[in-house]
Design a binder for this molecule. Structure first.
Ligand code: SUG
Length: 446
């Protein structure tokens, strides 16, 4: 049976900017107010997608969202023409305007949690968009994310789509950023790891003190129920509250898994030894590699700065694994030394490739944030909307599309420019035709 892990990367939207919206995400706060480069950002993302396709990987694209989100401004009481709504919001509520302009849907690791058919009770691939309740700007994503996912994975014979969890901090869900899956082969049943930051209902349990825990245990349990996962194939692990307080706002900033490899920092988890034993027991007899990085090699602070764990671990067609890392890792002495040591160790990881995704990194989004992993069988892959799969032709088309519609620079003052809204909608309307998504955007449905 053919089986694949397909990475669906988020295309960076035309309003990419630095607004400092994510308390607890150090890069987002420290780059607030900087001028952004949307065209460069989109192209950096496309280069990564194309490079992975060229490595022989299956690579997909997920469309960005409509921003500025004028519909939300109207819901908040701003009235008039679109230009008047933007103008009033910029005068009366500039922070709200910035939030509704965020291109944060590019980080598709937060788009949804996905369970492959080998793990689910009804043998379908299950998708639940993340509600992202912890951040206002991100809480605006799930409805349209659901439409984009349905337009990409439309065939009901293979794909099942759920509504996002109730929009409340008790069920705060950040999608695949707090979920990973270990397996011997992508098409075999695996162990799904759900990593939560806090308990929602029992506040006597450990929780971070300085920064928010965005994912709750209760949200993770709800996703496992919705997807029809068996208890024997699920492990719930708590993130170490102290690392959340050091800027590890998602688990994928401190650990990453692929097939039989779990790559993690020694401080990543709470109750680590017990949880690793549970994973081992549930994983069964096949070979399993726990690759632990010690503080003496890379500190938590350096991991947050360089995104050593926000790397993609890919299984190449040769069977060897390769790490896709941001250039920030190459520029750090301790991390680059560690990574070259890692490729010599007795693990399946044999190669590191560095990519420049600095535009995204400045908002706290590394290579792994930019992608949603979907493990598929050959038949399921054939049922995916083929216009969303990367190849030479789509790469050329999307680069031309970016050249045609994107600005070189955006500063926060530009967000109220009604022309930006027109440019953005024109671009997205054309994109839905390139990717053959149908009318997924609210402005197309009016
Ligand atoms: O949710 N940053 C995103 C980064 C998401 C990274 N994703 C993963 N770790 N999987 C966030 O904090 C910043 C936007 C701004 O400040 O303009 C932002 O939304």
């Amino acid at each position: 049976m053919k089986q694949f892990e397909v990475n669906f990367d988020g295309l960076v939207g035309p309003t990419h900017n630095y607004a400092g919206l994510s308390f607890g995400n150090v890069a987002s706060s420290s780059n607030a107010q900087n001028t952004s480069n949307p065209k460069e950002a989109a192209k950096q993302g496309l280069v990564k997608m194309k490079a992975l396709a060229d490595l022989g990987m299956q690579q997909g694209v997920l469309a960005p969202q409509e921003r500025p989100n004028v519909h939300t401004l109207r819901r908040l009481g701003f009235v008039g023409s679109d230009a008047e709504v933007l103008e009033k919001a910029s005068k009366q509520a500039p922070d709200v305007l910035q939030a509704v302009c965020s291109a944060s849907s590019m980080w598709t690791a937060n788009a949804a949690t996905v369970s492959p058919s080998a793990d689910t009770a009804n043998g379908k691939v299950h998708f639940t968009p993340a509600n992202l309740t912890n951040k206002f700007h991100r809480s605006l994503e799930p409805v349209v994310t659901g439409r984009i996912l349905k337009a990409t994975f439309a065939n009901e014979k293979y794909f099942e789509h759920h509504v996002h969890l109730p929009d409340n901090d008790h069920f705060g869900d950040e999608g695949a950023a707090n979920h990973t899956r270990l397996c011997s082969e992508y098409g075999h049943a695996g162990v799904e790891l759900f990593v939560y930051g806090k308990y929602a209902f029992d506040t006597s349990k450990p929780a971070p003190l300085k920064y928010p825990a965005r994912q709750t245990l209760e949200a993770s349990q709800a996703i496992a129920r919705l997807h029809g996962l068996s208890d024997e194939n699920v492990v719930y692990m708590q993130q170490n509250p102290h690392v959340i307080d050091q800027g590890v706002f998602h688990n994928d900033v401190i650990s990453v898994g692929n097939q039989n490899v779990l790559f993690y920092h020694e401080e990543a988890f709470f109750d680590t030894d017990n949880k690793l034993s549970e994973i081992k027991r549930k994983f069964g007899d096949d070979e399993l590699h726990f690759i632990k990085v010690n503080n003496s090699d890379v500190s938590v602070n350096e991991a947050v700065k360089t995104y050593l764990f926000n790397t993609q671990i890919l299984t190449l067609p040769s069977g060897e694994m390769c790490i896709i890392a941001p250039t920030e890792c190459e520029e750090s002495d301790s991390v680059s030394t560690y990574l070259s040591k890692l490729t010599e160790m007795d693990t399946p990881i044999k190669e590191v490739k560095y990519f420049d995704v600095k535009q995204s990194m400045r908002n706290g989004g590394g290579p792994a944030c930019l992608r949603l992993r979907v493990a598929l069988t050959g038949q399921e892959l054939d049922a995916v909307n083929p216009n969303t799969l990367m190849n030479d032709e789509l790469f050329a088309k999307l680069n031309m599309w970016v050249d045609k519609h994107y600005r070189d620079q955006i500063s926060l003052n530009d967000l109220a420019d009604p022309q930006l809204l027109i440019e953005s909608r024109t671009a997205l309307d054309e994109l839905t035709q390139i990717l053959k998504l149908g009318s997924v955007y609210t402005f197309q449905q009016a």
